[in-house]
Design a protein around this ligand. Structure first.
Ligand code: NBX
Length: 839
């Protein structure tokens, strides 16, 4: 397959060398070579990490050829490019995904086997880059996979955090955070590019001065300058030659600070400056769906945004594209408002550093940016106090004021004599302490504004961004989220893939709508039997894993009922707990009651400063301690908290689910993407009409989805009329008993104080309306239990869920972005032997 015959040229012989060849023999030789020359080890003394590194480098070599060919083609064609700006990229482990996308998983598996190694062990060894919190960061990673697979020229730009999302441990039922030292064993996937470093200014003041032609100009005299160094990771598409780039910036001190130390003798002062600079890319802020308003966070934002914009300008210069064409060369997608300071930064670069007049610069800027909103929660909408913002970014604040003045003129023109509207829409919130409203800045500076699911976009237009919708209706559009079937099916669920392969082939990997073909087999008893068999095997693996890691015995025949996502009150993990307690109470009242055995699995992290979320984790573990040990339960219920949920872990757990919990308060979850990952792997969903659940229900059919809870309209109406959670508690004996058991200290060794804040909250104002949704949730869960007993019916529903997930591929999302407003075409990459041959 790969060895050339003697009549071929030298160049062709070289391409089948140990760095590019894909045969088992070549892979084995390359692996041994890398172990020796890169790790400096021989097999007898090599650690598992050495073997992992040797394999990673072997795979990286094969990526490089595609990567350089891609870069060369883009450079030669000066291709229009998407720049995806995101403070988070939750990439997950790279090795397995690259093997899948290169199409060499089986060969490498064989090669390792022949060397006496187990590929699965090596895959386990990888320390994942957890450079994100949850959905938003993982979405960015899925989009990079789809962009490369669809052969779209693109660059991901972000921050190379030294510490990603913290590692979670559980001590006495409480979450404990441990720093994530993901780089300590080295990262074989990245290449530093110090020659493309850039400098970023911070602080100081501005000054008007005449330039050399006597024209007055604004000069920014910064207090501090930091250096950004790019680290590049190749992003290979699935079975294409396209390998795009993820470029992450690391902050370092600029040289001059070191020199200063020698001049003045203030050695320690200079070293201190160095630490202050390096702090910028030190740690990921671990909050999801809440803004922190910290100075360092703003520094992170301007840091990576400014580095990225200057990098784009460098690329344009290299490709000889004029800066007037910025919006034609690049479309910049803003992943929420975290990078929205890019709008005044691009204005500043064009005006102050490239002498382009305001009007022209503003035209370019408005045609460059597109903004994705990911949340309606008020506490997550970023606003920066003017004092803090002006101190760090004095020039940007001036530019924002000018954008605002011109924008408010526009509003006045369109809506004359509407003072209140001007106050509401101003980019500066002046109701108390003054703030810059970043979402509004993003709306004014972008040509497109999108939500991430149909319902979410509708609510944006009706509610959070209503004034902006009235001002610019043509900017608004929906782009329902998606997930990559490569990572969340091909890589994570080989058993299901094998079964699919035998019936419908593999076309679905690149076109998920092809899954529809499965429907033809839904009434085939033999196929249904295989389906069930497969699920059992997957569950058995997880049973073994749980036994090994927690010591808990789980019944493989019980329903795996899983809620895996960040902990947040709006996601209502505690509603799930109320169901567990209700079932437990039914058993205590009648130990011989006939109930469907269930295993409740939870995974997810709470923001370290979010007390209520951490208390919910403690509650789950406390309820588990009682339920799992009570002899009356007779193993019919098990509660397991799986600590340190991560991408790696997610891949293990999604395939095992029977039931997926998607029970946020209607109107609160922008989209959700875990809901899609579970359903694609054959779980049924119990969920509210929220986010993308609405569209999942629409696709799979109401008869294959367990719907519960209030609708968004009902939530709003109930709030408006005066919501009284206490009344639901009083009227529903099962609810009352569940709450009373928590309140009495039954799950806390008799201590009624431990969970008091939680109980008080639920009976007091119950912001997320658990009391109102309890009865509907419990009744729906009872229907779930009944359905699970009818194996044939359950398997049928499971198959139909998988068959109807076509819409939720991130390939579909990315195609929509491309066609709708990115206006970018695929660029085919030809694999040449050596890039140098074409230079
Ligand atoms: O973005 C999530 C939403 O909650 C999900 O509904 C949605 O599916 C997903 C992708 O669109 N948002 C999210 O993950 N936000 C954050 O992680 C976040 C992080 C920092 C911050 C605000 C939000 N300051």
């Amino acid at each position: 397959q790969t060895l050339p015959n003697s009549s071929e040229s030298v160049a062709e012989v070289r391409i089948e060398d140990d760095r590019t060849g894909l045969s088992v023999e070549t892979l084995k030789r390359a692996f041994a070579d890398n172990l020796f020359y890169i790790q400096g080890k021989f097999p007898g003394i090599a650690s598992k990490n050495d073997f992992y590194m040797a394999l990673a480098y072997t795979v990286r070599d094969r990526l490089l050829r595609r990567w350089l060919n891609t870069a060369e083609t883009y450079t030669r064609n000066a291709s229009r490019t998407v720049a995806y700006l995101s403070a988070e990229f939750l990439m997950g482990p790279q090795l397995g995904n690259n093997l899948i996308n290169l199409g060499i998983y089986d060969q490498v598996n064989q090669a390792m086997k022949e060397l006496g190694l187990d590929l699965r062990d090596l895959l386990e060894e990888e320390e994942e880059p957890g450079l994100g919190n949850g959905g938003l960061g993982r979405l960015a990673a899925c989009y990079l996979d789809s962009l490369a697979t669809l052969e779209i020229p693109s660059l991901g730009y972000g921050i190379r955090y030294e510490f990603g999302i913290f590692e979670q441990d559980i001590k006495d039922g409480w979450q404990v955070e441990i720093t994530d030292k993901w780089l300590s064993a080295g990262n074989p996937w990245e290449l530093p590019r110090p020659e493309w470093s850039v400098e970023v200014k911070l602080g100081g003041r501005t000054e008007m001065r005449a330039d050399e032609h006597g024209r007055f100009k604004v000069y920014w005299l910064p207090e501090k300058v930091v250096k950004g160094i790019p680290y590049d990771t190749p992003i290979l598409g699935y079975k294409t030659n396209t390998a795009n780039t993820l470029r992450l910036w690391k902050a370092e001190a600029v040289e001059s600070f070191d020199f200063y130390a020698f001049d003045s003798g203030d050695y320690l002062g200079a070293v201190h400056q160095k630490t202050v600079s390096e702090n910028i890319s030190k740690v990921l802020y671990p909050n999801d769906n809440s803004a922190q308003g910290k100075e360092l966070r703003l520094a992170q934002q301007i840091f990576f945004v400014s580095c990225s914009l200057k990098d784009m300008m460098r690329i344009m210069e290299q490709q000889k594209v004029s800066l007037d064409q910025f919006h034609e060369k690049f479309v910049i997608q803003l992943n929420d408002t975290h990078p929205s300071v890019a709008i005044p930064e691009l204005m500043r670069l064009l005006i102050d550093e490239h002498d382009i007049p305001w009007e022209k610069a503003w035209e370019i800027t408005k045609k460059t940016f597109a903004y994705t909103n990911h949340t309606l929660l008020p506490e997550a909408l970023e606003r920066w106090p003017i004092s803090l913002f002006g101190k760090m970014l004095p020039r940007h604040l001036e530019i924002i004021y000018e954008i605002n003045n011109r924008f408010l003129d526009e509003v006045r023109m369109k809506f004359p004599d509407d003072k209140d509207r001007l106050r509401r829409m101003s980019l500066i919130d002046e109701s108390g302490e003054r703030y810059v409203r970043m979402a509004y800045l993003a709306c004014v500076g972008s040509y497109s504004i999108n939500g991430v699911a149909a319902l979410h976009t509708e609510l944006l237009q009706k509610d959070v961004l209503h004034d902006f919708y009235e001002m610019y209706p043509q900017k608004f559009n929906n782009k329902t989220n998606g997930i990559t079937p490569r990572r969340f099916m091909v890589l994570s669920n080989p058993r299901l893939c094998k079964l699919l392969h035998s019936k419908i082939g593999d076309d679905w990997v690149k076109n998920l709508y092809e899954m529809k073909k499965l429907e033809a087999f839904v009434d085939d008893p033999e196929f249904r039997h295989q389906w069930r068999q497969m699920k059992q095997e997957i569950k058995q693996d997880v049973v073994d894993y749980i036994k090994e890691t927690t010591g808990i015995n789980v019944n493989v025949n019980s329903m795996f009922d899983i809620q895996a996502k960040r902990f947040h009150e709006y996601k209502r993990q505690h509603l799930n707990v109320l169901h567990i307690i209700t079932l437990y109470n039914r058993i205590k009242a009648n130990p011989n009651i006939d109930i469907t055995p269930r295993t409740f699995l939870f995974g997810g992290k709470a923001a370290p400063g979010y007390y209520m979320a951490k208390l919910i984790i403690k509650l789950i573990n406390s309820v588990g301690d009682i339920v799992n040990r009570d002899p009356d339960v007779r193993d019919r219920l098990k509660v397991v908290f799986l600590k340190d949920f991560s991408v790696k872990f997610a891949q293990r757990i999604y395939p095992s689910a029977d039931l997926s919990e998607q029970i946020s308060t209607a109107g609160k979850e922008a989209s959700g993407t875990g809901n899609m990952k579970f359903a694609l792997n054959g779980a049924l969903t119990i969920g509210t009409l929220d986010g993308a659940n609405v569209e999942i229900l629409e696709e799979v059919g109401a008869e294959n989805f367990f719907l519960c809870g209030l609708t968004t309209e009902e939530v709003y109406a109930l709030k408006a009329k005066g919501y009284k959670p206490w009344e639901y508690y009083q009227k529903d004996p099962e609810l009352k008993l569940a709450i009373d058991r928590i309140a009495s200290g039954f799950f806390s060794h008799g201590d009624p104080n431990l969970f008091k804040p939680l109980v008080d909250h639920l009976l007091g104002n119950d912001q997320y309306m658990l009391m109102a949704d309890y009865r509907s949730y419990i009744d729906t869960q009872d229907r779930v239990s009944e359905a699970y007993r009818d194996v044939d019916r359950w398997v049928r529903m499971s198959i139909l869920n998988v068959a109807r997930m076509g819409k939720f591929s991130s390939d579909r999302s990315i195609r929509d972005y491309c066609e709708d407003f990115w206006k970018i075409q695929p660029v085919k990459i030809e694999l040449k032997e050596y890039v140098e041959a074409t230079a």
